[in-house]
Write a protein that binds this ligand. Structure first.
Ligand code: 4AD
Ligand code: MG
Length: 461
């Protein structure tokens, strides 16, 4: 089969030639002696028009086909300079691979994203989701390409773990215990020693801690895999299962970390705009007007930088506009993040040096003793897309912080060892992959950039 992508990209080669294509029907229109099929073959954003005639012995069968049917068409590709589409196929033969029932849900009209979420097995056949999931695929490739070109080693960190990297306690437990008959210790607690791993385990919230061990052996590494958070927040930006990219760089500080993050984002934006122009045009026209110009501007300009303390001062002046009022020490909510990046800086912004109380245990304490060398990258339309930091590389300081927070030394012995044997300055960050895809496409709900989303109360398919 020739693909529609090949036909569009290398038209000269196929024009006036006999070719065979296969795909699914977007529409069927017939009159007495001829008819039109619009076929989408999944390889390219555009469709292909097919003209068929009653010379074909199965003319009646084809005319009765419903939208969604799968067909294989052989015919000649001819130019149609007067028509909307640049060419069409004059069919000699249409073989019905699989008919479609008349109740096919994707009839030729616009369906809402809410409705399409209820048919996540069929929505990849729509224009919008063709565009979303091709861009998602390209984005993943661009990210790997960026890091591989820079000799970063890709590390596969485990999904089942005994640690809580972010210390937020938002973990999905992993157990093989019979929940109706949980073994108890003498004190009455759950006896995890009888569980599969002999201890309490959970799905990972981040690959960072394992990633750091590889950075202290390879220097520059990255992870790219699924992470899980049982956050009970039903928002358009949170999923229970999402993918994260976590580079970790040795002999590097927070500045190096931000340079890496900024160049990665710019590289990925550029790559996707160059390699999915039809899809990006679609988003620009139908999802988020002005998207392409905005992304071009992002690629060409420098990201802004502001410390948390400065950001709070700027936000406090606008407290009347917020549901949650800010003051030094509070965590930034999405409304504050978006205000900073959309209204104050009007471009992506790095917020640095957060109070240690609102950040994870592993972040490097600044000289003021109050803030840590953290950075969040905020982008318009979304808010936080990246969270990162320089790591505490001092054994004593790390241990002290762990004790303050009640982290058990025996659970993090490996992590402390890194500070004991050849500790280096090092930093890293986590890019939320879905938020990155939202940013690139202008899609406003995380459920619409994940093939089969898992969110609070929803685990379909
Ligand atoms: O800021 P977070 O929690 O940072 C970490 O996990 C660090 N271990 C990263 C590191 O330094 N190696 O998460 C990183 C990013 C966020 O900025 C956000 O984009 C995304 O992960 N994220 C989520 N995306 C979708 N759904 C959720 N529930 C998310 N939680 C975080
Ligand atoms: Mg964060």
């Amino acid at each position: 089969l020739v693909t529609v992508r090949e036909i569009y990209r290398d038209t000269e080669k196929y024009l006036n030639q006999k070719i065979t294509v296969g795909g699914w029907l977007r529409s069927v229109r017939d009159s007495k002696t001829f008819g039109f099929l619009v076929l989408h073959d999944g390889t390219f954003f555009e469709t292909l028009q097919i003209v068929y005639h009653d010379k074909m012995e199965n003319f009646a069968q084809v005319s009765k086909l419903n939208v969604g049917a799968a067909v294989i068409v052989t015919g000649t590709l001819i130019p149609t300079p007067e028509a909307k589409q640049p060419f069409e196929i004059q069919a000699d033969e249409v073989v019905v691979e699989g008919a479609s029932a008349p109740d096919y849900p994707l009839q030729k009209k616009r369906h809402s994203f809410e409705y399409l979420r209820t048919i996540s097995h069929l929505r990849p056949r729509t224009n919008a989701f063709q565009a979303v999931f091709r861009v998602r695929s390209l984005t993943a490739y661009a990210i790997h390409k960026f890091f591989q070109e820079r000799d970063f080693v890709y590390v596969h960190t485990p999904l089942i773990t005994g640690s809580d990297c972010e210390g937020a306690g938002e973990m999905f437990q992993v157990t093989t215990m019979d929940l109706n008959n949980i073994p108890k210790t003498e004190q009455g607690g759950v006896d995890f020693s009888q569980d599969f791993f002999g201890k309490q385990t959970n799905l990972t919230v981040s690959g960072q801690l394992n990633g750091e061990t590889f950075a202290q052996a390879f220097r520059n590494i990255y992870t790219f895999g699924p992470t899980f958070r049982a956050e009970n927040s039903n928002t358009t930006r949170h999923a229970a299962e999402f993918w994260m990219i976590e580079p970790e760089i040795a002999f590097s500080d927070l500045k190096d970390d931000m340079i890496l993050a900024e160049s990665m984002l710019k590289y990925v934006i550029r790559y996707v705009m160059e390699n999915a122009p039809e899809e990006m045009q679609f988003f620009n026209n139908f999802v988020d007007k002005g998207l392409i110009d905005r992304l071009k501007h992002v690629v060409e300009s420098e990201f802004a930088h502001v410390t948390y303390t400065e950001a709070i001062e700027l936000l406090e002046k606008n407290n009347d506009k917020f549901e949650y009022k800010v003051s030094w020490g509070c965590d930034l909510q999405t409304e504050h993040e978006r205000y900073l990046t959309e209204k104050i800086f009007k471009r992506p912004v790095f917020v640095t040096d957060y109070p240690k109380e609102i950040k994870a245990f592993y972040m490097k304490l600044n000289e003021d003793g109050k803030t840590v060398a953290a950075m969040d990258c905020l982008v318009p339309g979304i808010g936080e897309i990246i969270g990162g930091s320089q790591r505490e590389d001092d054994y004593e300081k790390l241990l002290a912080r762990m004790n303050e927070l009640g982290l058990k030394e025996e659970d993090y012995g490996f992590y402390l060892d890194l500070r004991k044997y050849g500790s280096t300055r090092h930093a890293g960050f986590g890019l939320g992959f879905e938020r990155c895809v939202m940013y690139l496409t202008g899609m406003s709900n995380i459920r619409d950039v994940i093939p089969f989303p898992r969110t609070v109360g929803n685990c379909e398919l």
